[in-house]
Design a protein around this ligand. Structure first.
Ligand code: NAD
Length: 370
């Protein structure tokens, strides 16, 4: 293993220890090529409490970035802080892996990728859920030709709004949030994994006047300003001709619409929730039109959040591209930006960026061993 620690592991410093950080802390001990060294947060008391729980040091953000022991910054701050922290980490000579979205805009994200390239450092980005057995099994079915040729996919993710459960939900209603920038990365990264880059999008967007109020935690009862579209519906044209229809919404109390399906000339795949790692995949085919679960056919087994960073650590070691890459997240960010632009201007938007499909994760692979 190629990290700077004497055991060869990559030394990880986490910046931003809010809601999602707990899922990473639960998973990191199971990832043998990573070692948590220190945490930091604008909220120093929160950082100190988390550091005690995890048995590591609590540092200021400046001190963590300056710490020569740390190889990679795991950036779990809110979307508006992603670019600043990523650039500062790269300037300090550290790799960076961050939560989604990569940045608020492609204009913000481009210097992050450029700086990493100049310095020979890696940028990785969530979602890594797509490296789990759910999405990778669906991909293996497609790549193996079991569904014939892919024709189209349909996504319909909806919820009433994250203010019902998140204790600090204001960022979900600011640029970088909304149902598209928040949940879109799971679906769009899956769609690019399945069918390759998107070349054109059309869309319509709207938002209701329903007031949004924090429902839980210290700020319960606080009104939330809404500065994003809360219902987004889009058509994506992939380079190979596959069409994906994508609706994401914070406006729906209940629904029975399927979450995610892929349609091929020989059958349909019921794709499991791409915000989860290991749910099972079902198919119905032209010769057997009954839904049947399929055996796992790919993906890191029993994975959790952080597996994309472990994959990146391994890729640094073996000098190959990592899967949850900055380039993939950049393309997904451009899809989201283009969808909003298309919806607001009532026009078809062509994308400037492209990206290759990430390498599949063969069944049985472990991020530490291949
Ligand atoms: N909450 C979830 O279920 C969830 C799931 C998947 C992904 N995410 C993503 O994870 C990221 C964080 O979400 P969250 O729910 O944990 O948010 P959160 O508000 O609970 O936590 C964010 C933390 O980052 C800190 N922070 C903000 N700006 C900072 C800065 N400049 N420097 C240092 N610390 C800073 C905040 O003080 C806070 O402790 C977001 O990008 C979100 O999209 C969240």
């Amino acid at each position: 293993m190629g990290g700077t620690l004497s055991n060869g592991r990559l030394a990880v410093g986490v910046i931003g220890v809010g809601n999602i950080s707990q899922q990473y802390f639960a998973e990191l001990p199971a990832l043998p090529n990573l070692e948590l060294i220190a945490v930091a947060d604008l909220d120093v008391e929160r950082a100190a409490a988390v550091a005690r729980e995890q048995g590591v040091e609590s540092l200021t953000v400046d001190a963590l970035l300056a710490d020569p022991r740390i190889d990679v910054v795991l950036n779990l701050t809110i979307p508006a802080a992603h670019t600043e922290i990523a650039l500062r980490a790269l300037d300090a000579g550290k790799h960076v892996y961050g939560e989604k979205p990569l940045a608020l805009t492609t204009a913000d994200a481009a210097p992050v990728l450029a700086r990493a390239a100049e310095r020979g450092l890696r940028v990785g980005s969530a979602p890594d859920t797509v490296l789990g057995t759910g999405i990778q099994t669906a991909r293996a079915l497609l790549d193996g030709g079991r569904m014939g040729s892919p024709v189209a996919a349909a996504v319909a993710w909806s919820a009433p709004g994250h203010e019902l459960w998140h204790p600090a939900p204001a960022f979900y209603y600011q640029p970088g949030g909304g149902p598209l920038f928040d949940m879109g990365p799971y679906y769009l990264t899956s769609l690019v994994t399945f069918f390759g880059a998107v070349v054109r999008v059309s869309a319509a967007v709207t938002r209701s006047t329903r007031p949004r109020t924090v429902a839980t935690g210290l700020h319960a009862g606080t009104d939330i300003p809404v500065d994003v579209d809360t219902h987004v519906t889009a058509i994506l044209e992939h380079a190979g001709g596959v069409l994906s229809t994508v609706t994401v919404s914070f406006e729906v109390w209940e629904t029975r619409v399927p979450l995610f399906e892929v349609y091929g000339t020989e059958g349909t795949i019921a794709v499991p929730d791409p915000n989860r790692f290991s749910d099972s995949v079902a198919v119905a085919t032209s010769t057997d039109r009954t839904w049947r679960d399929v055996p796992v056919g790919g993906g890191y087994p029993d994975a959790g959040r952080g597996v994309g960073l472990a994959d990146m650590a391994r890729a640094i070691d073996t000098r190959r591209p990592h899967r949850a890459s900055g380039e993939l997240a950049f393309h997904v960010l451009e899809i989201m930006e283009s969808v909003i632009q298309a919806g607001r201007a009532h026009e078809v938007v062509s994308l400037a960026s492209t990206v290759a499909r990430p390498e599949p994760v063969p069944w049985g692979a472990h991020p530490d061993s291949w």
